[in-house]
Design a protein around this ligand. Structure first.
Ligand code: EPU
Length: 453
């Protein structure tokens, strides 16, 4: 690894080769919690969100809400948000450093409703493809917003109350669906959104909005109908559990030959992952107790089987499950295929896995499944993984959140020592207390400069 650009203090040393065993707890999903926090801005009274993880994306959205006069307080894992002073705060610009979060764009609708204007700085987010926002802008303009893009960000204004729209997404984008929901709920008249995303986190956001007084109907065939209302109030809601984190621990158990009980993981949201996990040769057991329950994942011994998979929108295989599964597939006996259809460029992390001894080839063709948007466009979006391969430790500068956690899983499964750079910058965005959890599972990890070293 070249140390160029690496923060040399932001490093975790991993001595691999130990099966992970024990219990971890997952809290609310990052990709719901951050959106439910934005929704609080739409209410005239306070909201309470439960099962909030301590992750840096929550800190970022807290900062963005405070800039707009929302009082935010975290007590344990319960977040209180009081938006009653938003108008008097009257702040126009989001000048908080939003880091690599893409959440600021979801402030458009709520700010336009409350203040009639908004400024949204240029967005961050993981470097996994172009990540355009054309659907967001087109829909906002249809609602009646005036959107002016500058090189620093977007200035928006609503000369009059926004009006409901009929809109069809070219692709069921999660973010654009949330944008339209958060804007349509207070717009005048009815909005009909076709080809909407229906991920469990979106359904949970709809539950939040419904509690606030919104009228939202999810029809068949990805059609969502929102009847705009004049006012919304606060909500009290427990966030849906984080199925990405749950699948990450499950894959870590499989790749290291371990046994991990993921407390809080919920079967209904993970059905597609569970099918894949079992097809590869992993074992799991569901405990559906509402408080103490979760899912136990383990490697039952013997060979793991190769599989051909493709990522897709819900209810397909989540793109964020792709990376941890690929690490586990390096240990399967034969050729596996992973066709990534959601993002054009989400295999960058495999070069480090190859450096660790994995045998992974990337292709621009749509392998092993249906034709997707990225075929014939020179994007390396299909991977062939030949296993099993012995992984060995190495030094890695992680490139983004999910890739980074997968590098961590690979380092835990590998023989020898790895130095993983960028854990504080990236992994803390989406994995609460991951170091404590790893230590609890018996992982040999060390922060250089500490007594343990
Ligand atoms: N797209 C467009 N135009 C748009 C918006 C999206 O072409 O205006 C395309 C994207 O380029 C991509 C596809 O639509 O090819 C899907 O993107 P989507 O909008 O669904 O993704 P997102 O809302 O930006 C969220 C999650 C991602 C997760 C995806 C897919 C958050 C904050 N992020 O992103 O999570 O991978 O949905 O499920 O909710 C993560 O948690 O690490 C993460 C990247």
């Amino acid at each position: 690894m070249s140390n160029k650009g690496a923060d040399l203090d932001d490093v975790l040393v991993v001595h691999g080769g130990t099966p992970l065993e024990g219990e971890v707890q997952v809290r609310g999903a990052k990709n719901l919690v951050s959106k439910a926090m934005v929704a609080a801005l739409l209410g005239t009274s306070s909201s309470t969100l439960k099962s909030v993880p301590r992750i840096s994306d929550v800190d970022i959205v807290t900062g963005l809400l405070r800039v707009h006069g929302v009082e935010v307080e975290l007590n344990g894992d319960t977040l209180y948000m009081d938006p009653s002073h938003v108008e008097s705060a009257g702040t126009e610009e989001i000048n908080v450093h939003a880091g690599s979060s893409r959440i600021p764009i979801l402030f458009c609708g709520p700010l336009l409703h409350r203040l009639g204007k908004a400024f949204i700085p240029d967005l961050g987010g993981c470097n996994i493809g172009g990540r355009p926002i054309d659907y967001h802008i087109e829909a906002l303009r249809k609602f009646g917003a005036v959107v002016d893009k500058t090189d620093k960000g977007m200035h928006l204004s609503a000369p009059q109350r926004l009006k409901g729209i009929q809109y069809e997404l070219d692709y069921p984008s999660v973010g654009a669906t949330e944008q339209i929901l958060l804007t349509a709920v207070l717009a005048e008249g009815t909005t009909e959104l076709r080809n909407a995303a229906i991920e469990p986190e979106i359904i949970d956001l709809i539950c939040v909005l419904q509690q606030m007084g919104a009228i939202i109907q999810v029809h068949t065939n990805r059609v969502i109908e929102i009847v705009g209302v004049d006012e919304l109030h606060g909500y009290s809601h427990r966030a849906v559990p984080d199925r990405i984190e749950a699948a990450s621990w499950a894959s870590a158990a499989l790749a290291t030959g371990g046994n991990v009980f993921v407390k809080g993981a919920r079967q209904a949201d993970m059905m597609t992952f569970l099918n894949v996990f079992r097809s590869i040769g992993g074992a799991y057991e569901v405990d559906d107790d509402p408080i103490e329950g979760g899912i136990r994942f383990w490697h039952p011994g013997g060979d793991l089987s190769p599989v051909a998979l493709e990522t897709n929108v819900h209810p397909g295989l989540m793109t964020d499950w792709q990376q941890p599964i690929v690490v586990a597939l390096t240990q399967a006996n034969g050729l596996s295929i992973m066709h990534e259809t959601v993002y054009e460029s989400r295999f960058g992390y495999t070069s480090e896995l190859s450096q660790m001894g994995a045998n992974i080839e990337l292709y621009s063709q749509c392998l092993g499944g249906s034709h997707c948007r990225w075929g014939r466009r020179n994007f390396l979006h299909s991977a062939v993984i030949a296993g099993p391969t012995k992984l060995h430790g190495t030094d890695i500068q992680i490139p983004d959140l999910r890739a980074g956690f997968s590098h961590l899983i690979a380092a835990l499964a590998a023989e020898g020592t790895s130095r993983i750079y960028g854990v504080d910058k990236f992994i803390t965005r989406g994995y609460e207390d991951f170091e404590t959890k790893l230590r609890g599972l018996g992982a040999h990890i060390v922060r250089p400069g500490t007594e343990e070293e």
